[in-house]
Design a protein around this ligand. Structure first.
Ligand SMILES: [Zn+2]
Length: 400
């Protein structure tokens, strides 16, 4: 064959090649009559129909990225070609003329093969279907419509690209600031996560500080930098070592979690620090820098505007057995063990897990519990996630 014309687009090149092959198929070489095995028209049709039936992907979305199906097509076409070669020449010609409509189908198939194969010379090369294969397809006539009817586009393949942003119930819940209703409309925490992480839900902002799914890290400051939540309250029936509030949903969840831990015999959970304002974080961070320098401060504390505590959704718990211990006592305490197992049931996650500082940006903090709501916390727990960044498909944020 001729080498591909560099001026031709891959699609046009594939079409030109398919047309050439189809034309060639009509002028068949005359071969000596084959003696053995009578080959029926039905057998030929079955062979060629099988080959063509491999390409019902026309119209399906998305097309496979690779040309995985090509070997199957070629093998079947080759088989059909071999069968045809055993026919007397006169009969082959008759079949070829009678089955003109198959050419159109074959051109379509060749184009599909060319499209699947990618671009450039590849497309042209892959459209070079063996002449005997074309001959066979021509001989077979139009493919028989199977009893089950023609192939129907797969709905599941389309559903993967459906976005909750097209759902009025979802967008209405977002607009109303009702995170729980939005998650319900999206089909639950896992479905919401999947939609956001795959990038098909642009109406969801992971930067909106009023959302329970806001992601704050060293690459994602609060927006605005001095954000202050409007619904901060003190949790009821929880020992607070500082006068530090939480957003209402997180405060109520903390109350429920502390009671459940106590009821389970895990001991009392108190807390040290929850909401910290921008200015409070400024002085906290400055204090750390004064003691250990910037590098050490960045490992242990957030810069103002970059702390989850400023969202009003994070709380540093402590174990209390009579008097309360420190943050460092949490990991080895019965309270800490219980929280590791059950915090997700109340909407909390351990935001800075062991060995994940290259993603989260922080050394492990067993005490730092971040509220993301029960639906998302369940998806986080059941999905085995250890960073919020990976949960939502965000880049790692090891440094500023
Ligand atoms: Zn903390």
């Amino acid at each position: 064959m001729t080498s591909p014309d560099p001026e031709l687009s891959p699609r046009r090149a594939a079409r030109a090649e398919a047309e050439r092959l189809a034309t060639a198929a009509l002028s068949l070489p005359v071969a000596p009559p084959a003696p053995a095995e009578p080959t029926t028209r039905r057998q030929l049709r079955e062979a060629a129909t099988g080959a063509i039936a491999v390409s019902p992907g026309v119209g399906r979305a998305p097309l496979p990225a690779s040309g995985d199906s090509r070997p199957g097509v070629l093998e079947r076409l080759r088989d059909a070609g071999a069968a045809l070669a055993s026919l007397p020449a006169r009969r082959r010609r008759r079949l070829a003329i009678a089955a003109g409509s198959a050419i159109a189908i074959l051109i379509g198939s060749a184009l599909v093969i060319g499209t699947v194969a990618g671009s450039g010379a590849d497309a042209t090369a892959s459209a070079t279907v063996d002449d005997s294969a074309l001959t066979a397809a021509v001989a077979a006539g139009p493919p028989a419509v199977p009893d089950a009817g023609l192939p129907v586009p797969e709905v599941s393949a389309v559903a993967a690209t459906a976005t909750p942003c097209d759902d009025p119930a979802f967008t209405a819940a977002l607009a109303a600031g009702d995170d729980a209703a939005a998650l319900a409309a999206a089909g639950g925490g896992s479905a919401f996560r999947a939609a956001v992480a795959s990038g098909i839900a642009p109406c969801v902002s992971l930067s909106d500080p009023n959302r329970e799914w806001v992601v704050v890290n060293k690459q994602r400051p609060l927006d605005p930098l001095d954000y202050r939540a409007g619904d901060l309250i003190m949790p009821q029936n929880v020992r607070a070592l500082e006068d530090s509030a939480l957003r209402a949903a997180a405060a109520n969840a903390l109350t429920a979690m502390v009671k459940a831990a106590s009821d389970a015999g895990a001991g009392e959970i108190g807390y040290l620090s929850a909401f910290r304002s921008y200015s409070t974080q400024q002085s906290t961070y400055a204090g750390r820098v004064a003691v250990g320098g910037v590098a050490e401060a960045d490992r242990e504390s957030a810069r103002a505007g970059y702390s989850e505590h400023q969202s009003g959704l994070a709380v540093d718990i402590v174990p209390c057995n009579g008097s309360c211990g420190t943050l460092d006592d949490v990991a080895a305490s019965t309270q800490g063990a219980w929280v590791r197992e059950h915090a997700w049931e109340f909407g909390f996650i351990t935001r800075y897990a062991e060995g994940r500082d290259s993603v989260s940006g922080y050394e492990p903090e067993a005490w730092h519990q971040r509220y993301i709501g029960p639906e998302l916390a369940r998806a986080y727990h059941e999905g085995g996630y250890t960073t919020l960044e990976e949960f939502f498909g965000l880049p790692a944020a090891p440094t500023y």
